[in-house]
Design a protein around this ligand. Structure first.
Ligand code: ATP
Ligand code: MG
Length: 193
């Protein structure tokens, strides 16, 4: 099974993003992400046996219980390499999502899973095979789009009759009882100065 962890977008954010992208879809030739597939990947797990799902769900729960729900906002286009044709929308947030990813990676390592060693670069993939004229990114055509994140999803990526479909296998709520002052405690190794 091809698995990854993701933030799903809530319906208003999905709709707003879809509307914001509409004019750009007419300007840039690309394979645009189907609106229902828009998501933000936290950690790609690749091919995993079904037997791994309980451990992957456990790791997700352990990481989620330490993190409060938070808001993010999406705006601005980017590419990792202009030639790659992958077009993404950037995400601005407080420190919570990066904290959550690092907790999740710790929990996965503790259970014997391999994790990506690269720093996490939050990005919302909106198009593939984008042909950018003069390599210029289109201007962001709307106000930043806010989205509340209050859960994390373990997703399966499948092809159904040639169509890419993401299937949620487990959804874990973030912990709204987690006091905000404690959220970053364990990561804060600095001595009082
Ligand atoms: P497709 O590969 O068909 O164009 P996709 O990339 O959205 O579509 P998957 O390849 O199944 O679908 O990937 C699922 C998620 O994991 C996506 O967000 C994708 O960007 C991310 N992903 C895929 N491969 C990697 C990888 N090697 N490293 C990091 N993230 C990855
Ligand atoms: Mg892919």
């Amino acid at each position: 099974m091809r698995l990854f962890y993701a933030f799903e977008l809530d319906e208003p954010a999905r709709r707003a993003l879809n509307e914001a992208l509409q004019p750009v879809r007419n300007q840039v030739s690309a394979r645009w992400t189907h609106p229902e597939n828009l998501h933000l990947t936290l950690q790609f797990m690749g091919e995993q046996p079904a037997a791994a799902i309980p451990g992957l769900t456990d790791a997700l729960q352990a990481a989620s219980v330490d993190t409060r729900p938070f808001s993010v906002s999406f705006a601005g286009f980017g590419t990792f390499r202009a030639a790659s044709g992958l077009l993404w929308v950037g995400m601005a947030s407080g420190p919570e999502p990066a904290w959550l990813v690092s907790r999740l990676r710790q929990q996965l390592l503790a259970r014997g899973f391999d994790v990506e060693k690269r720093p996490w670069q939050p990005h919302l993939t909106v198009a593939r095979d984008a042909v950018l004229i003069e390599k210029t990114l289109p201007p962001w055509p709307a106000a930043p789009i806010r989205c509340r994140i209050d859960r994390v999803t373990l997703m399966e990526s499948v092809r159904l009759e040639g169509r890419l479909v993401y299937r949620p296998l487990a959804r874990t709520p973030l912990n709204d009882k987690q006091p905000s002052d404690d959220t970053f405690k364990e990561d804060d190794h600095e001595e009082p100065g």
